[in-house]
Every structure is written in structure tokens, then in C-alpha cells.
Design a protein around this ligand. Structure first.
Ligand code: CA
Ligand code: CA
Length: 219
């Protein structure tokens, strides 16, 4: 292959990878969304209502879907033990709608905390239209005396996952306003993707292992 053809092949390869749909599954941990911000296009190539932006997964939330940062981390959230500190998702009307125009298949998984019962439904059309693909009922469970980091009434988080046929394009989170929280929403799998540990935590882990090795060598 001559140099021009090789160059062309590399350019086409780069373009196709940049244009390809984000590989599934994906994880929405809501870290980086502003406290009380509406999430909007934070994961959709734009920003939340406070100007923050995340990875563009083509996921857009409606205006009633807000982020909440743990009060222990400087926000206003009344929760503890959240699956990925310190930010979670909630809504301040009767429901939150998440649109994924590019679609996702296989399944969905998420953690929730709830003072009142709720419901998560997945549809093959946008904005909760089209066919219902799956429904996950959520049982109230928050205030039972559990403790956390160091404060927060919403301290129980439960993992739920569901498989479904076809291609989903919207998810509706519903229940009484302000009584439900969500975190680590995985799209494209009924089992959750776990967040990659942050480098400082990895460094601490390596340091701990090194310390252990040193201590063992001293015995
Ligand atoms: Ca807390
Ligand atoms: Ca989180």
C-alpha cells in the first residue's frame, strides 16, 4: 500500500470510529452534573442547566429531571451510600423522561432509593410513546434506620435490572416528586456497569498493596 492510500485508510478509519454510535452498554453515574441542575443534554452533546457537560451518549433528559449532590459533599441531597458518590438523579414533577434517539437494546439496570413506591417503564418510541418493552416496579424502602456518609435519610439503594426485546428509545421514571432517587443507570445490559475507580483510589490501593508486601517482607 502506498503512503497516500495508507493515509486515506487511516483518515477513513478515524472518521468512521468518530461517527459510530457509542458502544453499549453505557453507564450514567451523574457525576459532574450541577447540584439541582436540570440534567437536560449533559449526556447528549450539550449541557445541564448550569453549563456542565459530560460524555455525549445521545441521551437527553426532560426538564423535570434534576441532579442532586450529597449534602455531605456540599450539595443539598439528603442521601447516603449512593452507588457512585456524590451525585444522583431525581425529578421534581410526577416523572422524568430520558430519551435515547439512537436506541439501546438488551436491557437496563439502575440503583434506586425510595420513600414512596415508583415505577420505571421502557418504551420503543420517544417520550414514552410506542410499545411498552418492560416495566420495573419500585418498592419504598428508604427510612429504616440505616446510616451512611455520614448523614442522609435516603440511605438504602437497591439494584434492579430488566431485559427486554427490541430497541428502546425512552425510559420513564415515575412516582411522587422528591421521594425517589436513581444512580448508576446502565443502558444496554440488565446487569450494571460499575464505575471505573478514580486514579487516586487506584493509587491508594497500589500503595496499600506495596505496604502489605513490605510488611510481609519484614516478618
Ligand atoms: Ca450523605
Ligand atoms: Ca452518582
Amino acid at each position: 500500500m502506498n503512503k497516500n492510500l495508507l493515509f486515506l485508510a487511516v483518515v477513513v478509519g478515524l472518521m468512521s470510529s468518530a461517527m459510530s454510535v457509542q458502544a453499549l452498554p453505557i453507564l450514567l453515574d451523574f457525576e459532574g452534573v450541577g447540584n439541582t441542575a436540570t440534567i437536560d443534554r449533559f449526556y447528549g452533546g450539550g449541557t445541564d442547566s448550569q453549563g456542565n457537560s459530560g460524555v455525549n451518549y445521545g441521551v437527553i433528559f426532560n426538564g423535570d429531571t434534576i441532579a442532586s449532590v450529597d449534602a455531605d459533599a456540599g450539595g443539598t441531597g439528603n442521601f447516603a451510600n449512593e452507588p457512585s458518590p456524590d451525585t444522583t438523579m431525581t425529578f421534581d414533577s410526577g416523572l422524568a423522561v430520558m430519551n435515547v434517539a439512537g436506541g439501546f437494546d438488551t436491557g437496563i439496570a439502575f440503583y434506586f432509593t425510595a420513600f414512596r413506591d415508583g415505577l420505571v417503564t421502557v418504551y420503543d418510541g420517544l417520550d414514552g410513546s410506542g410499545d411498552l418493552l418492560t416495566a420495573v416496579a419500585l418498592t419504598a424502602q428508604a427510612f429504616d434506620g440505616c446510616v451512611g456518609d455520614p448523614d442522609g435519610a435516603y440511605c438504602n439503594w437497591t439494584l434492579r435490572g430488566a431485559s427486554f426485546p427490541g430497541v428502546a428509545r425512552s425510559v420513564v421514571f415515575s412516582g411522587e416528586s422528591g421521594t425517589l432517587g436513581f444512580d448508576n443507570v446502565t443502558l444496554g445490559s440488565a446487569t450494571p456497569l460499575e464505575p471505573v475507580p478514580a486514579p487516586p483510589i487506584l493509587a491508594l490501593f497500589v500503595l496499600a498493596l506495596a505496604s502489605l508486601a513490605w510488611a510481609r517482607s519484614r516478618l
